[in-house]
Design a protein around this ligand. Structure first.
Ligand SMILES: [Zn+2]
Length: 314
C-alpha cells in the first residue's frame, strides 16, 4: 500500500487515498476518474500519481517492494497503460507541436480509450522538457525503488502548455472515460487549469507543507462566508453538522479547518483594514467554539453559535 514516504509529505492525501485504495482494490468503491494535484512539489506529486497507478494495477496487495510484472513495469517507467502526457510525451506520429500539449494528443487519448484494457489506465499530465538531473534530485525515485533513468523534467501545468483548445478536446474523455481510467493533472494551483475541467475533477492539495491543515473539502460549505446573515446562518450550521455526520468527521477537526481557512483569508487581505478586523474577530469566535467543544458542548449549539455570531459581527 502507500509508502510511509508520503505520510509526512502529504498527510491528508496519504490518509484519504490509503483508505480509498483498499476499497477500490476490493472493488467496493470506484476510484476517481479525474484528479488535480495542487502544490509546489510537482516531482513528488508525480511519484504519488505513479504509486496510485502501481497499487491499483498490482497483482498482489501493492506493497512498496512488490515485484509482480505490473509493479516492475511501473517502477521502470515502461507500463503500457500508465501514460505520461506532456509536450514531449504521448506524441502521435504526425504531431509536429513541441511546446504544447496538443489537440492531436487529446484525440489520440480518446482513440486509445476506445480499445479495451485489462489494466487501470492512468494519464498523468504535466509540463516537461528534456532535462539532465543531478544525483540528489532523483533520490526520491530511488527511495520508492523506482528507476532513476529519467531524462525529462516534471513541472506544473500552465495555460501556455495546456491551453483551452486542448482542454476542451479532452472534456469528453475526462467526463465519460471507460471504467478503471484515471486522469491526473499536476499543477501549482487549480487556477492554472480551465474551470470546465476543474469542475469534473477532485482537487487535492499536495502541498508538502508539514502540519498544514487541508481545508479544501469544506470550501463549498464555507463559500458564503463573506455573506453570512441572520437569514442563512443556521442553514450553514446545518450543512456543517450534516457533513460531519455523513463523513464521520471529528468536530474539532472541522473547527480547525474553518480556522485555517480564516487564517489564509486573513493573509490574502492584509491590505484591507476593515476585512482584517472582521476576520480577526471571526477567528476569535471560532477559537471560542473550539473551547466550547473541548468543554463538551453540544455540536448543534457550537455551530449555530459560530455562524450566528459571525452574522451578528461580535
Ligand atoms: Zn505488484
Amino acid at each position: 500500500m502507500l509508502s510511509n514516504y508520503f505520510s509526512e509529505k502529504f498527510p491528508f492525501a496519504y490518509n484519504y487515498f490509503s483508505n480509498l485504495l483498499s476499497l477500490a482494490k476490493e472493488e467496493k468503491r470506484d476510484f476517481p476518474q479525474a484528479l488535480i494535484f495542487e502544490g509546489s512539489d510537482t516531482k513528488n506529486q508525480y511519484l504519488f500519481a505513479l504509486e496510485l497507478a502501481r497499487i491499483l494495477n498490482c497483482e498482489k496487495n501493492g506493497e512498496t517492494d512488490c515485484d509482480c510484472i505490473n509493479c516492475r513495469w511501473i517502477k521502470s517507467h515502461s507500463h503500457p497503460c500508465v501514460n505520461n502526457v506532456s509536450q514531449i510525451h504521448f506524441k502521435g506520429e504526425n504531431d509536429e507541436t513541441k511546446s504544447v500539449i496538443s489537440v492531436k494528443q487529446a484525440a489520440e487519448i480518446e482513440k486509445s480509450l476506445n480499445l479495451s484494457s485489462d489494466y487501470h489506465r492512468f494519464f498523468i499530465f504535466f509540463s516537461s522538457r528534456e532535462y539532465t538531473y543531478n544525483e540528489d534530485e532523483l533520490g526520491c525515485f530511488r527511495e520508492l525503488s523506482y528507476s532513476d533513468d529519467i531524462n525529462y523534467s516534471i513541472e506544473p501545468l500552465n495555460y501556455q502548455t495546456f491551453n483551452p483548445a486542448t482542454l476542451n478536446a479532452l472534456l469528453k474523455s475526462v467526463e465519460e472515460p471507460p471504467k478503471r481510467t484515471t486522469f491526473v493533472f499536476l499543477t501549482k494551483s487549480r487556477e492554472d487549469i480551465l474551470s470546465t475541467i476543474v469542475s469534473r475533477c477532485q482537487v487535492f492539495k499536495l502541498s508538502g507543507e508539514k502540519n498544514k491543515i487541508d481545508y479544501s473539502d469544506i470550501l463549498n460549505l464555507i463559500s458564503s462566508y463573506p455573506n453570512i446573515t441572520y437569514q442563512n446562518c443556521f442553514d450553514i450550521s446545518d450543512a456543517f453538522q450534516k457533513y460531519i455526520k455523513d463523513e464521520n468527521f471529528d468536530t474539532l477537526e472541522i473547527l480547525n479547518k474553518i480556522l485555517e481557512y480564516l487564517k489564509d483569508l486573513l493573509k490574502q487581505n492584509l491590505d484591507n483594514s476593515s476585512i482584517v478586523l472582521k476576520i480577526n474577530n471571526d477567528i476569535k469566535i471560532v477559537n471560542d467554539a473550539i473551547k466550547y467543544k473541548k468543554a463538551s458542548m453540544q455540536e448543534k449549539i457550537i455551530f449555530d453559535t459560530i455562524f450566528l455570531r459571525i452574522a451578528r459581527g461580535y
